[in-house]
Design a protein around this ligand. Structure first.
Ligand SMILES: [Zn+2]
Length: 321
């Protein structure tokens, strides 16, 4: 159990998204003591320069920073030194990002996948404290997932495990950005909510709903579906139920493959888990092999919110300080 230690070094955690780059100074208890942010530049030199500039800003505020962690939404090599490909960032072709940043910053740098960073944060300071075998299921635009076992992040042999978002759940189903069809994240993510609402609306019977016009005019977003569900809109509630059923189905596969003791739902969509958690849990429990005769994991929501990745990767960097 980590305790606050004023002698332990401060580190910076970066969360680099396709739109914004945020950095926070984090202490050994996982508390974010200061933050800065900027728009994520579209070119590689610009992004490196922005990272250096944000570190300089934080250092000018008299934070004695000893190492830097960088959470990246992309594929890394298993040693976490090279960004193989980051679809929403300028790092596209096996960039040795760890070495580039260490040279520019003159500080030790730890790279980590964004879902893994959030998982580490939840493991150290949040919903998964002291949990031996557990899975983070981060639901946002897509689905990111992390498996932790015996206090370590499981990466697989080539650094890509686990890709639960791209399990094929509907043969020849909705097209996915990964190139396949029928992936789980096309049915159980924030963006999937809109596709589902359109499908349900086109089947008819919901013309009187407030959400209906927005959906057929292609003006709906995942957030507008969630907001309508909170107002009791029948089309939105049917959409959320479809989402919850698919999420539960996906989680039952996670149970059958990994048999974890805990599944933590993270990512932006998890903030509205009260709308779908019970249905997803029931579906998960009904969907496992040996249903009714075996324990299934606790299903809980993340505790660290949008700062989980920043806190987690800053904590990982502390080992280098
Ligand atoms: Zn896919």
């Amino acid at each position: 159990m980590p305790t606050h230690d004023s002698a332990a070094p401060l580190t910076i955690g970066f969360d680099i998204g396709g739109t914004n780059t945020r950095a926070g100074v984090v202490d050994a208890s996982g508390t974010v003591v200061d933050t800065v942010s900027t728009t994520t530049p579209e070119d590689e030199d610009g992004l490196v320069h922005a990272i250096v500039e944000l570190v300089e800003q934080l250092r000018r505020r008299h934070h004695p920073v000893a190492a830097v962690g960088v959470a990246v939404a992309g594929f890394l090599d298993p040693a976490c030194e090279v960004v193989r490909f980051a679809p929403h960032l300028p790092w596209r072709d096996n960039e040795p990002v760890r070495d580039i940043l260490q040279e520019e910053l003159e500080l030790p740098v730890r790279l980590e996948h964004d879902a893994n960073s959030a998982a580490w944060g939840e493991y150290r300071f949040g919903a998964a404290k002291d949990t031996d075998t557990w899975v983070l299921f981060a639901i946002g635009t897509g689905i990111g997932a992390t498996l932790m076992h015996h206090g370590e992040i499981y990466r697989g042999s080539f650094g890509t495990a686990p890709e639960f978002g791209h399990l094929t759940v509907v043969p020849e189903g909705r097209a996915c950005s990964c190139g396949k069809r029928g992936c789980l994240e096309r049915y159980a993510s924030g963006t999937a909510l809109v596709d589902t609402a359109v499908e349900i609306a086109e089947r008819g019977g919901f013309e009187g709903c407030g959400l209906y016009r927005r959906v057929v005019d292609k003006r709906a977003s995942g957030n507008s579906v969630v907001a309508a569900a909170r107002n009791g809109d029948a089309l939105a509630l049917a959409t959320m139920d479809h989402f919850a059923q698919w999420l539960g189905q996906g989680l039952s596969i996670v149970c059958d493959v990994l048999d974890p003791e805990l599944i933590v739902l993270g990512g932006g969509v998890s903030q509205d888990a009260d709308l779908f958690l019970d249905t997803a849990r029931t579906k998960m429990e009904a969907g496992v092999v040996g249903s009714g005769f075996r324990p299934t994991p606790r299903l809980e929501t993340a505790e660290l919110g949008a700062q989980a990745g920043m806190i987690g990767v800053a904590d990982l960097a502390r080992d280098l300080a």
